[in-house]
Design a binder for this molecule. Sequence first.
Ligand code: ADP
Length: 455
Amino acid sequence: MSALKSALNEEWSTKSKPQENQSTESDREKAAAAGSSNPAASGVSRGQNPNGAEASDGEEAVSVRSGHLEDVVSRVSSAPKLLEIQDVVKTYGKFQALKGVSLDLREGEIISVLGPSGCGKSTLLQLVAGLAKPDGGQILLSGQRIASASGMVPPEKRGVNMVFQDYALWPHMSVFENIAYGLKQKKMNKSAIRAKVEEALGLLRLNGLEDRLPPQLSGGQQQRVAIARAIVTEPRLMLLDEPLSNLDMRLRIEMRTEMAVLFRRLGISVFHVTHDPEEAFAMADRLLIMREGAVDQFASPEECFRRPASREAASLLGAINRLEGQFAQAADGSLALVTDAGTVSGIYCGEGEAPRPGERGELRFRPEELVARAGDAAGRSSAARSGADGGHRLAADPGTLAFRVVHGTFEGTRWRSLAETASGGRAYLLHASPVNPGEVVEFALPRQAALLYRV
Ligand code: ADP
């Protein structure tokens, strides 16, 4: 590993986390020294690396990677495994931050680890980077063990590069020098370094900025320099730690798309950590949803979105509305939940066998997936408007849900309301026309969008 990466690792670990024990620190220092005197130690040879940055490799990768989901699935599922995390445990004192996490990442694949703050995402990334050691299980890279409780390959010998949340650029070095640093550590000759840095400058649209210092760049430009610096040494695996969280909303949207396109074009394997579902969706071939140190779900973004494996995963992926009720069998034999907003058929997404009628359950759904009744863009129903709620139960035909609006806000292209069920359950709703507090609205919820869980 280059001294830069090592220094960055030091900086990152001291800045963001309480320190690991001393022996790990000194292991890291020793490793940094070994890495900087041994250019062959960082990364793998081009022959092994599918991530060639030459135009021809890139072009080929574009045509392979730009297809539909089926293409992505078949490409990725037939590629060899690059990273294997097997039953990894990490404890801090008595606290288990990772409780037996397993996953695999294939060559050229982008996996996004998604989860709320504190669920163990950064800890997992640190273990892969070599900044911390697992207490159980093992991690393999290209089939070789790089970490277990009994030992670990130092970070600089793993061939992985990390893009940090705060970019961690050298403030006193120009853009060119920042990007070139890792290549200099590898003792590459000057003309080769220039060619590689220029290629990276072009890929990241940084031409013309090469002589600036990082403080003279915008946040988005600094972020692109950090990515350029990480890809230029052709790592086997790129680690991204909340890479966009310091950017404003517009730049985040722009950059996540740019990164997704660039990494796919170059065929770079990426292990990406974020708390932002939209960023994960924009980037990932597969999503790993974490909760409290364990894997909640590991599947394609579509699968996770359509059938979140838990109530927590459902909330994380936008199904913010929840109504409790009792399971029942609908007239067509499908599973339904009877709630005080109405009875809807749905899909059981939880663990184990489908629940039986009479068991308690919970419905989760996204405001966007409710369908307003024909003829009233706001969702008002004629039965509801005629006052059929009687002050107790709001009227709802089978398959629909009824609510009374508490508060409505204008969102530009639509109205959003906070609404209540008869017994005070709350939901967020979207309307194509204005709604007023006190109005009763009724929406259909398609069966596929009604996510059902046991409570
Ligand atoms: P995330 O990245 O998902 O926000 P982290 O991996 O940073 O979560 O942390 C997971 C849990 O482990 C948190 O409860 C955090 O407080 C704890 N933790 C992380 N690093 C340390 C450490 N060095 N010492 C003690 N606890 C830690």
